[in-house]
Design a protein around this ligand. Sequence first.
Ligand code: 2AM
Length: 184
Amino acid sequence: MRTFVAIELPPELTSQIDQLQTVLRKTGADVSWVKSQNVHITLKFLGEVKEEKIEDVYQATELSVKGIRKFQVNLQGLGGFPNMKRPRVIWIGVEKGKEILAELYPKVEEEFYKIGFAKENRSFTPHLTIGRVKSPKNLESLAAEIHKTTFETEEFEVKEVVVMKSTLHPTGSVYTPMKKVLLS
Ligand code: 2AM
């Protein structure tokens, strides 16, 4: 099954993300917008994981959060990866809590490396993907809208890290939490 490790958002934030996407959608840019209830911070994308390996995945997740206490996060800013001229992904940034995420991330990488998952070549920039660009259509007006938009949320507490299953459906990906690992 297609699997990844993530931090989910509290439901209060999804409507704020919805409103942002509504504004950005009006630019007519050719973007596949991630359903707001699916928006998350990816810690590790695992790809296909065989059923018999899933217990190892749960255990690696538990080991990687060891020593990490619950922490506060807020989301702030938005932009495009790799840049706003030719974005492939539209993202929201993380402000408060980014230091703890920067502490957690190498632990996740290390524990998953031990059970056979390759480390990422890229450096980790905590973010939430809210859209994936499909074509260059109306990208200029999207860039202009992003430029003039400020986005900031209240703080929320991250209490757990989740092992998610992603299933492809005709209406898009459906994410199902398989294991929630509580922080101390
Ligand atoms: P992203 O948020 O940075 O785009 C679930 O599919 C999550 O796993 C996505 O949110 C995405 O992270 C990440 N992901 C999907 N495919 C990936 C890949 N081939 N390599 C790395 N991360 C991937």
